[in-house]
Design a protein. Sequence first.
Length: 425
Amino acid sequence: MNNNDYIISLDIGTSKVRIIIGEINGDSINIIGVGVSESRGIKKGAIVDIDETVQSIREAVDQAERMVDISIRHVVVGISGNHIQLQPSQGVVAVSSENREISDEDIERVMKAAQVIAIPPEREIIDVVPVQYIVDGLGEINDPRGMIGVRLEMEGTIITGSKTVIHNLVRCIERAGLSIAGMFLMPLASSGIALTKDEKNLGVVLVDIGAGSTTVSVFEMGTLCAFSVLPIGGDYITNDIAIGLRTTTEVAKQVQMKHCCALIDEASEDERFKVKRIGSDVEKEFTQVDLANIVEPRAAEIFNLVEDELHSLGYSTGIPNGFVLTGGVANLPGMLELGREELRAPVRVAIPDYIGVRDPSYTTGVGLIKYASKYMHQLPQQPEPKASPVAKNSRKQAPPVKAPKESKEQGGVIDKVKNWFSEFI
């Protein structure tokens, strides 16, 4: 196995921290290792305790390292949240080569030109996503490399985020002994796994329902057009179960995983389970129908809030290709059927088609690997991190995924965050 073909993703969620090791073989991806740990220090998708988050990351890394004989040092990480903003931008440059053939250097220069925009001092550019390239007035070009032209334009989307949130994320990952090789917007990464090309072109809504938050992303004309995060998710369903059955949150989680059904009509009277109630040693028996009567109203509320959020984003009419659900909560029995009832539109659940990660909760982690693989052979080398307790000398070391050249010229996200904070220290 070639060391240069590893990409390792880190997905820090409200309920789980997931490390996924991907082997890139040409255009295909093989998932060769997975590490999952209970997420602590995260609420509603945001870091609230750095020490506990660091410990959760280390546990996931150790588990993945035991599965595959490599030392994990560099990871690509996803970022999301309501602090993220999308801003349209445009860059224009003259083709530099004498024969007027557009090269990688021209692409880098036009990407850099598109980033020359005014942004508030508390915000940081995370990524630049090209929508289309225009060569001498000819538009809708996806990749202009090798074409002949004089003037190269790029219309794209600038993704910015809060420097404070980025700094806290970077701090957690570095304290866990890892180095960030790339930082990408989660909905963009997930879309590569969850959505088809036709869906993104014609219009579709990607709904990622996690434990602490629900991300709503609208794709049209092949690109991300709107994005929002709702502070509601599977934890609310768990809390409702705990209150309804008068039991602990831990027992409610186990009941949700083993017996849950989000649709009353699909629940079975024959499936019964006993729950130990708070303040009593006596176990009380419930049926799946009893549980569904608790779960369905909250799950329906999540879909109603998604619909309301779409209206506030300006999408009051129907989306042609409907909705695609992903995230751990999307895997609950009856969730798909309930979504179709509440949203009154085509709905399907996206599941990664890779051995070992065939579950909607892995969509973001696998998507990060696929998204980062586009940069694998054309981006500059990251420096080696300092020795850390995570790295084992007896193991092979997975190489970094390289950061985009335009980010390197600007110092990179991590360096900018450090420089910004150094002014106050």
